[in-house]
Design a protein around this ligand. Sequence first.
Ligand code: UT7
Length: 332
Amino acid sequence: MKRSNIIGCGSYLPERVVTNEELAATISTTDEWITSRTGIKQRHVAAEGELTSDLALKAGERALENSGVDAASVDLLILATTTPDNTFPATGTKVQSKIGMVNGAAFDVQAVCSGFIFALSVADSFVRTGQMETVLVIGAETFSRILDWDDRSTCVLFGDGAGAVVVQAGNGDENNASEVFSGNNVGRGILSTHLHSDGKYTDLLYVDGGPSSTQSVGYVRMNGREVFRHAVVNLASVVDEALDANSLLREDIGWLVPHQANKRIIDGTGKKLGIPDSKVILTVDQHANTSAASIPLALDIAVKDGRIKRGDLLLLEAMGGGLTWGASLVRW
Ligand code: UT7
């Protein structure tokens, strides 16, 4: 069976930055509350007329450029998003055409904040089974469009953005990885992905609209405290599941690249797992919770600033509405 390599990444944040202070001028909140409860300092908000597909396109183009891959050789484009341009067609098909993909297929995956992990898992399955050679996986969101800007308990938490990776078939032994690593996790690439959902908890985090229910778009509604409680437990458990599946230990993790929702959730998960802060990629301060875009955004920032290097063992994890949660171990 083949192994999926992540051969490059890219990201895009809309130009407009909205600081906590700016929000505090329009709703009853403070920079101190937002920073101490979430670690968020600012978020990016898409310009009028700038759509999820536009953000996805820019992140996708940057990932292709970073990978040295031509759009024409991409077989499959998977877009993880909860904020599609339209109810249908899949936003991924719009990106497929604009990016210059001439072969293959494109579709969207919807798992809210876990969307990137779910999309990566789908890409990995297609590549491992030999159905696809090169897959562009994008997470892109314009959450600003589904926020109730009068609800201070949710509107301060989210932002817009996009991140992408290129997944390509390999044999796991690129860069002579087997000389460096031993055990059943030899070599480079996606070692495994682990997905979960539990629909009992749909009412903890949802949008109160939709084509079938209200024929309107609706707004994000969340029981933050309960989501928080589930997040730390579920994330620690799925991280251990991923490590066990690869006979690896918590101390083998080079970098934890978590979904960037809240610094306190990330700190809590790291603490539960005994992973020091120095091994955790934290970017939520710069872009808030960008849902499916947050992991590839954090990954791209840490790859470009030189923290993540070839050969590092990465643990990606996320939890979101559904509830959905998942993890992936990647040898970079
Ligand atoms: O990607 C997954 C998606 N979601 C998440 O990961 C979010 C998970 N949950 C959280 O991050 C946290 O629960 C929040 C950041 C949303 C809230 O933090 P908390 O410590 O759980 O606060 P809380 O909801 O218990 O609210 C505490 C107080 C309340 O006031 P009272 O009832 O104690 O008087 C809220 O009304 O804080 C108040 N509050 C605010 N105050 C100032 C809520 N939002 C704000 C705000 N500014 N923006």
